[in-house]
Design a protein around this ligand. Structure first.
Ligand code: CO
Length: 481
């Protein structure tokens, strides 16, 4: 042993996100299950802490674009991946859809997700209002699975300064998660805003206050994430999320391979075999030509420097540009950047994450074109009304009054947990979908995506007929007799 080579006394654990967030970030979530299978067993033998295989946008894109039943992917992968726990990303009361669902839907969804093989649920809420995670958490725990509570990372000012997103804010949020029963806590940096030295301070501070393991999930978007991981590892973070190199970097996560190499011979060495990873990467290179048309390659740079300057994620900028183009007002993009910052402040500084980022962005456009809050979207009214949850800071009462004036859903903001205002949904949906809802999974999927799922279910059950249908081709899918 070389005299500076150390024994890995505290190996960093690695969650592989190649099969979910990786292709979501690089290929708009379009990777087919059949392309995962050739390397599934080999991935299982790498020694990853967990593999993220479901959640986020997978449910949406699988049935909409891939002709696959979303419930099947974990079931199929479980046949090949027997040792490594499966993780999913779940948006609290939003599940894997785009609105808040009633508690009966949330409970049944989590139960079914446990049944199809999800072991770890990374649960978050766009406003960091953890009341929106209570129903999920209760079912995850009841099923004996891991409830990983995530706090969305955002900034008010550099070096964790400003009114909201300070060191104290994140430490308090981590403690809140632990108190509500989280088996692990995750810092979820979806826009790649977390800088290396802030990560060091953040991880050090949170590790002092909580007993459960701490995860860090960051995106490479701004170009900082690999540096950020290194400082977080130095500060004692327990688990980081990576992808195999071909599905890493850009707006995805840092790559696993350089991390393995960088930590070799240190106390925090991963114990993962680099050569094995290279072979797995080869497979992804081989299937890449099928998917490369989905790669955003309009710019030479693989990082988005703009995020460093204005914190606005690339996806949000393309939405804004689209909206301005439609309104023939592309020349006002500069004003919009400034207005987004103001609108976010007016709305109590929510993190810029789906769906709140779109709501703020769209409102900023309306504010610039028609005057501030002269025209207001219904989604923004709902946000002000409290239907998404509590905003990090309260919204000014005068502005609240102006925005909610004559709003049909109410003029007085609600104080309770948003789901308390929702009626149960399952029985009504069962009646609506009729005999296309043959299983609870079908009914849940229909509630999440009514229009596209109805079409999908028609196709799925068309496979019962001798003529067959597109769904017959799903790997491992048994065509009903
Ligand atoms: Co992510």
């Amino acid at each position: 042993m070389n005299k500076i080579e150390k024994v890995p006394t505290n190996p960093i654990k690695v969650q592989d996100n190649t099969f979910r967030d990786g292709h979501q970030s690089i290929y708009a979530t379009r990777m087919k299950t059949e392309d995962m299978l050739p390397i599934a067993e080999e991935m299982d033998s790498c020694g990853f802490h967990a593999m993220e295989v479901w959640g986020g946008a997978t449910f949406d894109t699988m049935h909409r674009f891939l002709g696959e039943d979303p419930w099947m992917r974990p079931k199929i992968l479980k046949k090949y991946i027997t040792k490594t726990p499966f993780a999913m990303l779940i948006r609290g009361q939003n599940l894997v859809g785009y609105r808040h669902y009633a508690d009966d839907v949330v409970r049944m969804f989590v139960d079914k997700a446990c049944e199809i093989g999800i072991d770890i649920f990374r649960c978050f809420d766009a406003l960091n209002d953890f009341r929106n995670m209570e129903s999920c958490a209760e079912r995850i725990k009841a099923n004996g699975k891991e409830f990983q509570g995530a706090v969305c990372y955002s900034l008010t000012d550099v070096r964790l300064g400003g009114e909201v997103y300070t060191l104290e804010y994140f430490v308090a949020k981590a403690k809140e998660l632990e108190q509500m029963g989280a088996d692990a806590v995750c810092i979820k940096d979806m826009a790649g805003l977390l800088s290396p030295f802030d990560a060091y301070d953040l991880v050090s501070a949170i590790k002092k206050e909580i007993k459960v393991p701490l995860h860090l999930h960051s995106h490479y978007t701004s170009g900082m994430a690999s540096m950020t991981y290194l400082k977080a590892i130095e500060a004692g973070v327990d688990v980081v999320d990576t992808c195999l190199a071909p599905f890493a970097l850009r707006t995805s996560m840092p790559a696993i391979e350089p991390l393995v190499a960088a930590l070799q011979g240190t106390e925090r060495a991963t114990g993962i075999d680099l050569h094995k990873l290279l072979v797995l990467g080869e497979h992804l290179e081989n299937i890449a030509p099928k998917y490369n048309h989905l790669l955003a390659n309009h710019k030479l740079s693989i990082i988005d420097n703009g995020v460093l300057a204005h914190q606005i994620p690339g996806g949000m900028i393309s939405n804004l540009t689209g909206q301005l183009k439609e309104m023939n007002a592309l020349d006002r993009l500069g004003e919009i950047y400034i207005e987004v910052v103001q609108t976010r402040k007016d709305m109590g500084y929510p993190p810029l994450v789906t769906p709140v980022s779109q709501i703020i962005g769209a409102q900023a456009v309306l504010n610039v074109l028609f005057g501030r809050y002269v025209r207001v979207s219904n989604q923004l009214k709902d946000l002000v009304l409290g239907l998404y949850g509590r905003t990090p800071l309260p919204i000014d009462p005068e502005l609240t009054k102006k925005i909610l004036k004559n709003y049909k859903r109410g003029e007085e903001p609600v104080k309770g947990r948003p789901a308390d205002y929702l009626e149960p949904e399952i029985e009504a949906a069962r009646k609506q979908i009729g005999n296309l809802g043959r299983t609870d999974e079908d009914v849940l999927a229909y509630i999440l995506y009514p229009a596209t799922m109805e079409k999908f279910l028609q196709m799925k059950y068309a496979a019962d007929l001798p003529a067959g249908g597109a769904v017959k081709n799903i790997p491992g899918k048994k065509v009903a007799a």
